[in-house]
Write a protein that binds this ligand. Sequence first.
Ligand SMILES: Cc1ncc(COP(=O)(O)O)c(C=O)c1O
Length: 398
Amino acid sequence: MPKFARRISNMQASADVIRQLFESMSDPETISFGGGAPAREALPVEKIHDIADEVLTRDKRGIQALQYGNPMGLPDLRQAVIERLLKPKGLNAGMDDVLIVSGGIESMNLVSQLYLEPGDVVLVEAPTFVQAVQIFQLFEATVIPCETDNSGLVIEDVEAKIKKFSPKMVYVIPTFQNPSGRTTSLERRKALAELGSRYDVIILEDDPYSEMRYSGETLPPVKSFDKTGHTIFVNSFSKIFSPGSRLGYIYANNDIIRKVYDIKTATNSHASVLAQVICAEFFNRGLYEPHLKKIRDIHRERRDVMMECIKTMLPDEIKSVYPDGGLFTWVELPRKVNTTSLLADALAQKVAYVPGREFFVEDRDNHDNCMRISFGGILPDKIRIGMERLANVIKKTL
Ligand SMILES: Cc1ncc(COP(=O)(O)O)c(C=O)c1O
């Protein structure tokens, strides 16, 4: 058989992490804090049923939904993105600056196709979102981690690494980061946008969680401080609408969007028009805002229950991140605990999480004592049961 392309072995390690993650979630008896899915109860099934029913039979939208579409995406969905999602963040986009993609992850793919040559450097947060790393590696980029703390990327380290490695791109998830649940401070957001402009580096800002805020004050995106067009803002409808619909968007200067349009046309034509029509109707009918309130309430309760369980069930020496939103918290156990070997014991007790080392590109052994815990997809009562199981496993090891 012919050999697989070199890029496949490049991304193998991160691909293995993702595969294991999906496998750990397949046992129905295991309470898995491993995945990144939003609550089932947060999916607007009935509303979508009504919209789909009407849309397919009325107003000729049925024909539109089933026909080829424009690579930019449906005009009324782009309008909804501009008015309802970007404007409230202080971002003033024009219709030609927004392109609809097939899920947030596709944005990383398209932007990588546009910018990355083999051997180019991409700076990422340590820890970071594994699937993004997988994509950068598919394009044979060298992925280099930068230091983070409770306020996000450490700017001095990013600047030093920009000087040292001349990266093409810095990839950042500033709000309720996956996997750490941390949020980048206002000053650092400004500083990141400035670094992009000063050193001619793309800042790829990934923002799938900012709408899912349950406490604390909203912060403006990095993109709002971008004066030169170096920041590309990408987002997803997965958490605020439905992950199965595979919709997201890219907001960038029009000269970048025009190139992304060409790549999207060549590789995937356009995002599903059926999904776009339904999503646009969801916004047009005023259903989004009450839905957002509902999903915030659902996930806030889960966050609260999870943090209460961590506080009351785990020993005091264990540290955790209190996330103001999103789906994740990050737990740091004493150094002597190895969360990869602990996972076997946890799985035997029918509870799962993701070992922290999987989210690091380098120096993984140093993070063997960490774990990512996702609370979004689990009912509050089950969170309590799962955390009791996990606490017992941890206490036994300690
Ligand atoms: C940081 C981050 N970026 C992007 C995504 C994109 O998700 P999707 O492709 O489902 O829209 C996710 C989903 O888990 C994520 O955690």
